[in-house]
Design a protein around this ligand. Structure first.
Ligand SMILES: O=P(O)(O)OP(=O)(O)OP(=O)(O)OC[C@H]1O[C@@H](n2cnc3c(O)ncnc32)[C@H](O)[C@@H]1O
Ligand SMILES: [Mg+2]
Length: 175
């Protein structure tokens, strides 16, 4: 089973490898354009970015599945400030499935900086004196003191998007 990921960010590739481990997939990473802003700012924009990455990764390779993972920020009803959200999309070239990952309410100072136009990755690096935290534990790791991390969180989104392909037996030939 060849799974093409629409990103070269190692946390995204690891999320796919870890979540789909039981299928022992060949996972390849592809730098594709998400087609949305580098910092998506709504659920819709985040989902669209994930879809576009999934489609383009599959087109680039002709693999079995294309996977798109996208992070964004959005307002969630009942939660103050902005929240970090993440969405996954998986396609086999015919079907397209979606899954959401954990949501993290962001601290007020982070929300203010996002509203002033900054991106989350650089904000978190500045705030925590790190370099490229979006490619390691991520905001999910820092804001939970390691109770989760970006790979694990993205993996939950992927599991939800990949589930329908497994449940309906489409993977039978690959197991
Ligand atoms: O190479 P790509 O796949 O684009 O990897 P990325 O880290 O930029 O990931 P996204 O484009 O999906 O994320 C959109 C923005 O949100 C930021 N972001 C998302 N999740 C984050 C996290 O857990 N920690 C820090 N920044 C995060 C990220 O740095 C981007 O500015
Ligand atoms: Mg990006």
């Amino acid at each position: 089973m060849h799974v093409a990921v629409g990103s070269t960010n190692p946390v995204k590739v690891r999320a796919v490898e870890q979540t789909l481990e039981r299928f022992q997939p060949r996972v390849t990473a592809h730098a594709v354009d998400s087609g949305v802003a580098e910092q998506p700012r709504s659920v819709e924009e985040t989902v669209t970015g994930a879809e576009t990455r999934a489609r383009r990764a599959l087109e680039a390779t002709g693999g079995d599945y294309g996977v798109g993972l996208e992070g964004g920020v959005a307002r969630i009803d009942g939660v103050s400030g902005l929240s970090l959200i993440m969405w996954a999309a998986v396609t086999d070239g015919t079907r397209l499935e979606h899954g959401g990952g954990p949501t993290l309410a962001l601290p007020d100072d982070v929300t203010r900086r996002l509203e002033a136009g900054e991106e989350l990755g650089p904000i978190m690096d500045d705030r925590h004196d790190t370099d490229g935290i979006a490619q390691s534990e991520g905001a999910a790791g820092v804001l939970t003191a390691g109770l989760t991390n970006r790979s694990q969180a993205l993996g939950e989104a992927l599991a939800c998007a990949f589930g329908p392909f497994v449940v309906e037996g489409i993977l039978t030939d690959h197991r």
